[in-house]
Design a protein around this ligand. Structure first.
Ligand SMILES: C[S@@+](CC[C@H](N)C(=O)[O-])C[C@H]1O[C@@H](n2cnc3c(N)ncnc32)[C@H](O)[C@@H]1O
Length: 394
């Protein structure tokens, strides 16, 4: 009877794969010899147009992923269920099956019909490319996914933002001079709870195979401690978090400077550091734009438009980020202002993306444009411009 149940389990697995209904298989109650191995989570994935079974071996403090062809993967599961894994759970869009063996070898079986609307990771990959493996332990440690590696409903926007951020970064990286680099150092200013810092570390090291050193800089020490604890538990030695502000961090070299949603002029300070360190990529999603908003004197013709506070705010944002982009251009960066994530998720949807190039730049001509824009709006000072001017004087 025991073997029949196992055969039935494998038959249901084969059926759910061929019917494209598999969500995942979880092998648990591990009784083997491998230290700290707890369970294996198996999902169907698409790798370069080929369907595979992805096995994530979950240890106490790390995860290892191995992909197998479908037939090979099914054989592996058949060899692992009962011993050394005494339980197997099969989740599909139509049924949840559990098979459990007792120490004495007795087998229990349950099969529940379900109408699961969950999108399988394979279907998901067809709809939208993902830039980080949803099974990664850091996503669970940061509270983006649950123990079964499903994105928590409350974190779905963050999950989209992480992937969008990695998508933009990947394109910038491939168009930059870093593309052949073996070593890359990254700073993320205002790293907060570290979602994007962990994600970029993962992309660079695990997907690109680059020796990346990533540092998050954050004012709040509770977040710094939390992120350092997670990084150390997951043995991520090349990921560190420092408590401090933008000015307290002075790296010797910095190839990638990131500042996402750092408040007001903290963004200018971060861009300045990137320019000063000749970073190859500068990526920032500005937050508030108080410095320019309070200086704007509405030019007469557009005064009836800017008299509405909301318009003045939008104008301040546009002018601030436009000036930042011009300043980056003046210092040798190809600069774009692009949508980060759409407005339905957050109001902060803009990103300044700058990639260093080696073409000659007529800095004076670009700076003349900066001056004209400032004059038009009656703006006296702009933080990044001042930092750059002071730096040139020394
Ligand atoms: C809105 S959160 C964004 C967190 C993260 N970058 C993200 O996008 O998920 C902004 C973070 O920047 C930090 N912050 C603000 N000003 C800063 C400064 N001058 N230096 C370092 N961190 C700063 C805040 O404490 C906060 O955690």
């Amino acid at each position: 009877m025991t073997n029949n149940y196992k055969e039935k389990f494998i038959e249901h697995l084969e059926d759910s794969i061929s019917g494209n209904r598999l969500i995942k298989v979880v092998l648990g109650k591990y009784k083997g010899d491998e230290p700290d191995l707890q369970r294996i989570v198996i999902k169907q994935i698409a790798v370069k147009e080929e369907t595979k079974l992805s096995f994530v071996y979950c240890y106490k403090t790390k995860e290892i992923t191995k992909n197998f062809k479908i037939v090979e993967g099914i054989e592996k599961i058949a060899a692992l269920v009962e011993s050394p894994f005494m339980s197997g759970n099969l989740f599909s869009t139509t049924e949840n099956i559990q098979i459990i063996y007792s120490r004495k070898g007795k087998c229990s079986w349950s099969c529940k019909r379900v109408y699961n609307e969950v999108v399988t990771s394979q279907q998901h990959d067809h709809q939208k490319e993902r830039y980080v493996d949803q099974n990664k332990a850091f996503l669970t440690a940061l509270g983006v996914t649950n123990e079964n590696h499903q994105v928590l409903p409350s974190m779905s926007k963050k999950w989209k933002q992480i992937n969008k951020f990695l998508e933009i970064f990947k394109h910038a990286y491939n168009s930059s001079r870093l593309v052949d680099a073996k070593k890359v150092s990254v700073a993320d200013f205002g790293s907060g709870k570290g979602y994007l810092t962990f994600a970029i570390h993962d992309l660079l090291r695990d997907s690109f195979g680059v020796d990346a050193q990533v540092t998050g800089i954050e004012l709040r020490d509770n977040l710094v401690n939390f992120c350092n604890d997670v990084a150390s538990k997951l043995n991520m030695d090349s990921l560190k978090f420092f408590q401090g502000d933008v000015n307290s961090y002075n790296p010797e070299n910095l190839q990638v400077m990131i500042a996402l949603h750092a408040c007001d002029t903290a963004t200018d300070q971060a861009i300045f550091l990137g320019i000063r360190c000749e970073s190859e990529i500068i990526m920032c999603a500005p937050c508030c734009h108080k410095e320019i908003r309070k200086q704007i004197c509405s030019p007469e013709i557009i005064e009836p438009i800017l008299k509405h506070g909301i318009h003045l705010g939008q104008e301040a944002e546009m002018v601030t980020d436009g000036l930042r982009a011009l300043l980056l251009e003046a210092y040798g960066y190809k600069t774009q202002i692009i949508e980060f994530i759409s407005l339905e998720h957050t109001g902060k949807n803009k990103m300044i993306l700058a990639v260093k190039h080696d073409q000659p730049v007529d800095r004076e001509a670009v700076m003349a444009k900066v001056t004209k824009v400032k004059e038009f709006y009656g703006i006296k000072t702009q933080c990044l411009e001042e930092l750059l001017a002071k730096w040139l004087r020394h």
